[in-house]
Ligand binder design. Sequence first.
Ligand SMILES: [Mn+2]
Length: 331
Amino acid sequence: MSPIVEHSTPVPSAAVLGPFGGGGHALMLGHVHPDADVLGTLLALGLALEGRGWTVTYGGPHPAPALLAFLPGVERYRTLTMLDGPIDVVVLTDCPNPQRTEGLIEQARRVGKLIVNIDHHPDNRRYGDVNWVDTSAAATGEMIYELLTALGAPLTPAVATNLFTAIHTDTGSFRYSNVTPRTFAIAAALVAAGARPEVVSESLYERRAPDALRWLGEALTRVEISEDGRLGWLALPTGLVPERIVESEELVNYPRSVASVRVACLLRERDGEVKVSLRGKGDVDVQKIAAQFGGGGHVNAAGCTVIGPLPEATRVVLAAVRRAVDGSRMS
Ligand SMILES: [Mn+2]
């Protein structure tokens, strides 16, 4: 069968709906370090399929982060090393690059009949047998909402909470430029179906440990802003701040919050590598910067990994950011 590719269609076609018509065993496969858009969409779709009689397995190369332990059904999400078949449908959501499954996709191809790739990243590699890539969606959560609606699957409070959280996080709590009227229309439907905004935001943002603010303060003393004010960055050496703090704080949002900053950058040193997060405000395509280092993402949010040490990685990445920012000013 030749691959089916659907581009930027907000409503799924019959080819996308086809694999979910019958029943059987479905695997909801996540990628490395799954975030709320990955987990929320895998759980929402999987729970909806279970409601239609499917047997569903959930998992990926890394466990769900503790911060997302409130997502309904997340206790079912397992760390996978081996896949047992046969599997009728393998679904990957919000995963632009199959290499991010750490080899699980190759196993899935052997034991699975069909790979379905549902994503909103512009750099998606179209690696599935069925590919539905809608770059106009603010989150893959919007796409799974459309999919469930087209399937006629009921929106239970558990499904609605998973999708609402996926959209909430990918839009920075409905603040970023990817937010559209459709985003709010879908969010409204999800709240009507039982998602509770106050529970989701408290679960995401008001679960700090007692010592977290002190560590946050320690990290923020390292924020630097360029002389012209257009670049903001935070370079964190290994061990300066506990990993649990770095994982839960979205530190890149702090340099981003400075008015003059056009591109913000977080560089985290770990095991000889430097993990880089880039955030823009619409005038610079940070995905293009990340792509120079083998990474990817969206226009306003992207990431990559650069070999350390930290000072050298910081110099190289900031030089690329500087070129992009200066280029945007001239054009
Ligand atoms: Mn996403």
